[in-house]
Design a protein around this ligand. Structure first.
Ligand code: KIV
Ligand code: ZN
Length: 538
């Protein structure tokens, strides 16, 4: 386990420790290749399965459940290939209580076997159509057979959490007496609460020999898979059956990332895991899911937002000490972010309506931008307005806003000021009316209307008309780009205007969510440049 001095054990956690049955070491059983591949829509290729196994091995996962070899030729071949890789991780194969299943795990040359049979009344009645005694006999017969071939046998009582507790204990003791070396308690349908699951695990823990390792396998139907796994660890379990990204049947299994880091950060339980491989491994598995399952933006630890901050007050504290609002360093799980304060601000502080002056100041300073008070306030206002409209200000949006404000001609030096713009568009001929204030000595007011092929065209023509007495201009180039995707994205217009008389070309740009406003603002900026630089009007 790597050292991380940033985690502070809270006093309360230290106080409750004595009342828990925490293990000396946490083991990880990864079932991404088996339960994870049962995620609807997900199927890994042979090569991907090998690569996943190698990656899990590099991360020092203790046990890799490579597959369920009896289910298909492809699964059998993958199990066989993974067994041949010579990994340090134990490679285990799943089997039902059936000779054919066990023989396939033997044939695939796997290190160990995972045998399961259901123990809940509902499964006995509706699926297996067996009595409790018949299930006990199945356990006796097949575990004894498996024992002839494997020294490590894991037994799972499927749907354990809906099984009668004394019968569950009996099934586990039978498995152990016949050769099982480890047992697993699955919450197959994700139907138990952490408190109840902890109670159940503890009952089993107290009933079986101490040398038998207890695994827990929790499904996420109510979003409790990780919480239940942790509850299992608080009550005698020492192995977590998890999947990368929480892949698995229905709502998935307990996520490996969350389980491992909770055990590590909250309880400091020693483990073999190389935590810095966690994020790269999750990204690899995500890429193998071919876009069908993606890491959620808000997903703990590995989601895009997991180490991102928007609120100004958070940003301010983060500048002083990043640990004020982050429970662990992102580096600990392999997210490469420099610990340099400015990098943190740059890479992680999302600008939006909660952004504060400290974060903005640090960011502008880092970009080498010397804004005056007016410009600083304007940038801040733009960001907040953008955020109030429900947008997140991306890096590109941020830079466009800054560029726009910094490129503005100071109000006292402006010659052309937009007073009003009215646009009529739809199933009529687009018409625009503009009212400008133009300085030529004193300010004079100019109003003009024009029609055009679209709202932008009509507005540009109306402005050109207003400006005509000062200068005859021609729009040479007009380029509209959306800075980020979506209909609410910031638009960026770049234009080139020719002053026909002096044959001078000026180039300007502007940013706004409304493309008509964006175009008009770029044009007004251009006219100001012409008025000042070419016509020398003051
Ligand atoms: O969810 C479950 O019960 C399983 C077993 C095979 C352990 O996946
Ligand atoms: Zn499962």
């Amino acid at each position: 386990m790597e050292k991380n001095s940033n985690i502070n054990v809270s006093q309360i956690m230290a106080e409750i420790r004595d009342s828990l049955t925490l293990p000396d070491k946490a083991y990880f059983f990864d079932t991404t290749l088996r339960d994870g591949e049962q995620t609807p829509g997900i199927s890994f290729t042979h090569e991907e399965k090998k690569s996943i196994a190698q990656t899990l091995n590099e991360m020092k996962i203790d046990v890799i459940e490579a597959g369920f070899p009896v289910t298909s030729k492809g699964d059998f071949e993958a199990c066989k290939s993974i067994s041949k890789l010579g990994l340090n991780s134990e490679v285990m194969g799943l089997a039902r209580m059936a000779k054919l299943d066990i023989d396939k795990v033997i044939e695939a040359d796997m290190d160990s076997i995972h045998l399961f049979i259901a123990t809940s009344d509902i499964h006995l009645k509706s699926k297996l159509q067996m009595s409790q005694e018949e299930v006990i006999q199945q356990i006796q017969r097949h575990i004894s057979y498996a024992k002839e071939h494997f020294s490590t046998i894991l037994f799972s009582a499927e749907d354990a959490t809906r099984s009668e507790i004394n019968y569950l204990i009996r099934a586990n003791i039978t498995a152990i007496e016949n050769g099982a070396t480890r047992i697993n308690i699955p919450d197959t349908v994700g139907t138990i609460s952490p408190k109840a699951f902890g109670y159940m695990v503890n009952k089993v823990y107290k009933a079986i020999p101490k040398e038998i390792r207890i695994a827990v396998h929790c499904h996420n139907d109510f979003g409790l898979a990780v919480a239940n796994t942790i509850a299992g660890f608080e009550n005698g379990a020492s192995e977590a059956q998890t999947t990368i990204m929480g892949l698995g049947e229905r709502a998935g299994n307990a996520s490996f990332e969350e389980t491992a880091m909770s055990l590590y950060a909250l309880y400091q339980i020693p483990m073999n895991i190389i935590t810095t491989k966690i994020f790269p491994t999750a990204k690899l598995i995500e890429s193998y899911c071919g876009g069908k399952i993606k890491i959620g933006r808000l997903q703990p630890l590995i989601g895009q937002n997991a180490f991102a901050h928007e609120a100004g007050i958070h940003a301010h504290a983060m500048i002083r000490n990043a640990r004020t609002y982050e429970p662990i360093t992102p580096q600990l799980i392999g997210i490469n972010r420099s610990d340099n304060v400015i990098d943190i601000i740059e890479q992680s502080i999302k600008f939006g309506k909660h952004s504060g002056g400290h974060a903005l100041k640090a960011k502008l300073e880092d970009l080498g931008i010397n804004s005056n008070e007016h410009q600083f306030g304007k940038i801040m206002t733009h960001i907040k307005e953008f955020g109030d409209k429900g947008h997140e200000v991306s890096e590109e949006d941020f830079l466009a806003i800054v560029k726009d404000v910094m490129g503005e001609i100071p109000e006292e030096e402006q010659h052309v000021i937009l007073e009003e713009l009215t646009v009529l568009t739809g199933s009529i001929t687009p018409t625009s009316t503009v009212r400008l204030k133009i300085r030529n000595g004193d300010f004079i007011e100019k109003v003009a209307s024009s029609v055009g092929v679209g709202a932008v065209d009509a507005s540009v023509k109306a402005i050109v008309k207003c400006f005509k007495p000062m200068s005859n201009i021609k729009l040479l180039n007009f380029q509209l780009d959306a800075i980020t995707g979506g209909t609410e994205a910031l638009g960026h217009v770049t234009i080139e205007i020719l002053d026909i008389e002096s044959k001078t070309i000026v180039k300007t740009s502007a940013t706004h969510e409304d493309i008509v406003m964006c175009s008009v603002l770029a044009l007004i900026k251009g006219l100001n440049l012409i008025a000042k630089k070419i016509k020398n009007i003051d």
